[in-house]
Design a protein around this ligand. Sequence first.
Ligand SMILES: Cc1cc2nc3c(=O)[nH]c(=O)nc-3n(C[C@H](O)[C@H](O)[C@H](O)COP(=O)(O)OP(=O)(O)OC[C@H]3O[C@@H](n4cnc5c(N)ncnc54)[C@H](O)[C@@H]3O)c2cc1C
Length: 308
Amino acid sequence: MTEANSFDIIIIGTGPAGLTAALYGQRLGLRCVVFGDIPGGNLYMVDNLANFPGFPDGIPGTEWGVKTFQQAQTEGAMFTMGRLESLEQDGNTFFGTDVNGIRYSAPCAIVASGRVPRKLPVTQSEMKGVNFCSVCDGPLFRGKNATLAVVGSDNAAAQHALTLSRIAEKVLVIYRSAQMIMDASHRERLAGQDSIDLMPETEVTGYVGLDLVEALEIVASSGDAETLSVDGVFLAIGWEPNTDMVKMPVETIDGGYLKTDEKLMTSIPGMFAAGDVRDTDLYQVLTGCADGARCALNADRFIKDVHS
Ligand SMILES: Cc1cc2nc3c(=O)[nH]c(=O)nc-3n(C[C@H](O)[C@H](O)[C@H](O)COP(=O)(O)OP(=O)(O)OC[C@H]3O[C@@H](n4cnc5c(N)ncnc54)[C@H](O)[C@@H]3O)c2cc1C
């Protein structure tokens, strides 16, 4: 391995958590290498980031992502603009290998790789017409008198339904439970939309179509099965943390989120976790940023304590 590939921190993810870790790490005098291909991470799905302090009119998620990326870059962080294939440890040193087989080393690693929406456990779960982001993919159905299904029963499902109700002729919200679990404001807004139909106690058991979803196979709690014609489906049925690149045994909580201590360190000394990938209680940009900053500070202390 050449000296050029040796850094102080390997950061995985260019979302709010990874970018802030890079910004703080560099300002602490640490040399950070950052892996990831989308500046802003999941913020590309956020039409208008309206709850981040300092932006009273909100800011498009992509704009916030690009600006924060530029800020970390100005501080000197090295962005590979590619994904990390594997993170391993040999002795006290972490080794990261990117998709081109190039290796990087560092005494600390910060996993800030976020999470991805869960898919339905059906055959052909990745069929065309199955979407996860109404803001990004909803406009594809504009002007088509579309019937769209939203699967899920929480705030995310409500947000999808409300966004799609401005585009589609009809939005069907399908969920297994008897009630939707969401904020009162979402509940009120859903109730006020004639174009949204709620379908409680109903399970989607399959997609119908060749390449493209044309209908859903559904089963009601009574056992009655039906095929429902739709033009597209939007899923809001939970998330899975992105931890595949960690090739070492590490403690996780239910759902696979990385378990962290009060310093945001995982069960592997020197490996920290920030943002949506860890066992947090709030999955937001603000908390991701706070985690990233704290991880950088704690990585700095770890390096001083353990490696000097
Ligand atoms: C539709 C939607 C609306 C939202 N609205 C809001 C809102 O209004 N306000 C708010 O505060 N939050 C909102 N959120 C949540 C917010 O986007 C997340 O909490 C935040 O992006 C988490 O930041 P993160 O850095 O932890 O992870 P992410 O933003 O998910 O970034 C992690 C990045 O790491 C990448 N990655 C994964 N594996 C690897 C690998 N092996 N190598 C390199 N990179 C990898 C991922 O592809 C991703 O780009 C919303 C989310 C969604 C989906």
